[in-house]
Design a binder for this molecule. Sequence first.
Ligand code: AMP
Length: 336
Amino acid sequence: MVEPVGVGYRSRGAPPTGWPANIQRDRYLTEDWTDMNDVSNSTLPRMRTLRTIGALRTALLHPRGDGRRIGLVPTMGALHEGHVVLVRRARASCDVVVVTLFVNPTQFGEASDLRAYPRDEERDELVAERAGADLLFAPEPDEIYPPGFATTVRVGGVSGPLEGASRGAAHFDGVATIVAKLLNIVQPDVAYFGQKDAQQVAVIRRLARDLDIPVEIEACPTVRDPDGLALSSRNARLRGDQRGRALALPRALDAARGAVRTGERDGAAITAAARRAMRDAGVEPEYLELVSPDTFIPVRCVDGEPVLVAVAARVGDVRLIDNELLNPTEPATGSL
Ligand code: AMP
């Protein structure tokens, strides 16, 4: 017999309160810390952190039965404003917002990268609650991959180039498998992902279509620091002049956009302009390519259809990725 456990879900469209309007990235790490721990005066229902699939399913039983719209925001934690925007987007159009916090070991190629991945669950709980989450699902690895786990979901085609080629097929196998599991566990109406990981969005859209998973996949625009660097949990590992050199990535995207804006349509010329911008900043790209945003098939000529320029590079031992949608008919770029 399943005990009904209520979720303090909010009515659709209710904005989260208590979140500084123009939040600075580190504010909730420093001076707001005490304030953010004090939720005693909050008018919001408290977010609940759940560790097991059973507890999460139980918590969602009644909202789902009542026809509530459920939104899912999968994350690996170390939450920053890029994640916050996804949660707020979910809050604005869903009745129940589930944020998942799971550093998925199977999508990391290098053990050192997995070890170095920043973890601070206490802070993540605070940020997720303030952003408007109702439930934080933070399972242990054994809950997700119990002994005997033997299934891998592989998405063909779109997962092959760029990130797939650089990080190896196991990366998107790991992503597809964990996202398929989370979609099955939560069964959301909508799942929110960042355009920052554009290829991941394309892989997940393909996955949902191919496996007939009844979910809407929503991609949200990349959140950047004022100087253009895309927010990433990995940015915290940039040391000394590496933070400045990391600007090579957004500068390359700017150069590509600038070339298209001035009428350049030849893919090789556009990527050459972007590569020059990176070289000037002292960074060598791991890849820098123009591709179709849906299939990730290389594009040789920017002609009519929007094209994605995608880049990856190592700055020191920190691997960064970024991308931008180039729209030849509309020089200002948009989101996916
Ligand atoms: P992660 O915790 O890195 O797995 O990211 C969780 C989700 O947040 C993914 O859908 C990412 O694409 C998204 N995300 C990460 N960084 C950003 C950003 N700067 N802007 C928008 N979304 C982001």
